[in-house]
Design a protein. Structure first.
Length: 111
């Protein structure tokens, strides 16, 4: 599925099952909530915390939830994610093409 198809899929679902999009501000709050849920799972899977009884190790689901809300916001604001992402890749490539390669903090330390 392409990003464009994903945007269309979200829009179709909203129109069929969701009644309407939540307001942009509500979706921004929902995005923040979903990022927090992803952060919780990441802290437990990769960080120093452990899962509490009953918590799920569902990083894939949380990443998809974040993407869903981002796609909703993109649809609401008229952003073509495919075009926007391509511009971001181009911007980062121009700006950072040597920055990370020459970063001694990222050099292989035998890990």
């Amino acid at each position: 599925m392409t990003l464009k198809e994903a945007q269309q899929e979200v829009d179709s679902w909203i129109r069929k099952y969701g009644v309407r999009y939540f307001s942009e501000l509500t979706n921004m709050a929902v995005l923040t909530e979903e990022v927090g849920e992803l952060a919780r799972v990441m802290a437990r899977r990769y960080g120093d915390q452990s899962f509490k009884e009953g918590e799920k190790d569902n990083v894939e689901e949380e990443i998809a939830d974040v993407l869903w809300v981002l796609l909703c916001i993109a649809n609401q604001t008229g952003v073509d994610i495919t075009e926007a992402f391509a511009r971001t890749v181009e911007k980062k490539t121009k700006r950072d093409r040597a920055r990370h390669i020459n970063n001694p903090k990222l050099a292989d330390h035998g890990e």
